[in-house]
Design a protein. Sequence first.
Length: 146
Amino acid sequence: MKKLASIYFTVFLLAMLGLSSCTTGPQKIKVGEDACSFCKMSIADNRFGAEIITKKGKVYKFDDTHCLTGFHESNTINNEDIKNVYLVDFNAPHDLIPSEQIFLLKSSQLRSPMGGNVAAFSSEPQLKAATAKFAGEQLTMEGILK
């Protein structure tokens, strides 16, 4: 009887460990370690990354909005399978902002890895401060994903 209880306890612990390792939110982008899901190059600049998370929890990482839009246009995954899109906060490079809460600036002065040259900000005042520093145009998420 003790052996059977021990087996059940072990199975329970393994199941709990498996469930706790599943994530449904954004994952930190590891610069120099993670590869872009579109161009396959190593993510090199922590100010421009992005992620797509599917409803099943699969995370696709990108080094730039250029790769994000290329991946989106490739129809590798269906739009209805996307749970959310996140972009790296230009001012706080390890923070990911949900796409519905971002403010975007496109400027050739930003010089992102793949030439998308789009930076994401978590607030309108941050966007305005960046606009004063980098000449460019404000964009919407719908505008870059078309």
